[in-house]
Design a protein around this ligand. Structure first.
Ligand code: SF4
Length: 208
């Protein structure tokens, strides 16, 4: 079987980078975690801070065994699968292997592709640039909406009515415009208390 077929089956995946750090944003802020950043994204956010991830072909493919071996080298047992857009791939085999090794498995996704894999925590961050696939709404534990423009509050509410009742709802200022939008996010959350604020604390800490 060639590499392309292995990737199609989720047995090999293009890995842009993998590193042990602190989860900087969302509900699990402050938790040590091993990040697996898969290459490839077709969402095209104008403010994307990992544009180099977009072309999957640029990144070497690794077997899921090699990926899990990398995670096992560190003491933390939380893994965050991110991208790029990780749901471009079948994440069933990777998440099964990670679970067998005792990891808590989180994903960060725009939800733009059909859901796959088994996760302990699903952070769904919808993007205006590509509609989410309907399979994400029942899976989301966390709805995290990046505020880049004032119209993003309305966009956030549009998705909030579609997620399940237990889903945590977070608004996060886009980093380059955080000064511009932070006050309006604070005001919004004070008067819409079902939302909370998420900040990219790893950027304050200057860690990946
Ligand atoms: S979904 Fe994520 S990786 Fe893809 S373009 Fe948007 S911010 Fe970048």
């Amino acid at each position: 079987m060639d590499k392309k077929q292995e990737v199609n089956k989720g047995l090999m995946l293009p890995v842009m980078e993998a590193f042990y750090t602190i989860q900087g944003e969302g509900v699990h802020t402050g938790t040590p975690a091993y990040f697996i950043r898969l290459g490839g994204c077709d969402v095209g956010c104008v403010w994307c801070d990992v544009k180099e991830s977009w072309e999957a072909e640029k990144w070497p493919v690794s077997t899921i065994e090699e990926i899990v071996q990398g995670a096992l080298a560190y003491p933390g047992r939380m893994v965050v699968i991110t991208g790029g857009e990780p749901l471009m791939y079948d994440l069933g085999p990777l998440t099964k292997l990670l679970k067998e090794k005792g990891f808590t498995i989180n994903i960060e996704t725009s939800g733009a592709h059909p859901f796959s894999g088994t996760f302990d925590w699903v952070c769904f961050s919808p993007k205006k640039f590509k509609e989410p696939h309907p399979s994400i709404y029942v899976q989301a534990n966390e709805l995290k909406v990046v505020i880049f423009h004032k119209s993003d509050f309305e966009f956030a509410e549009k998705h909030a009515v579609l997620v399940n009742d237990n889903c945590h709802k977070l608004l996060q200022p886009e980093w380059s415009r955080s000064t511009q939008h932070l006050q309006s996010i604070i005001d919004y959350v004070k008067f819409h208390p079902d939302w909370k604020i998420s900040l990219q604390t790893h950027k304050f800490m200057d860690i990946p």
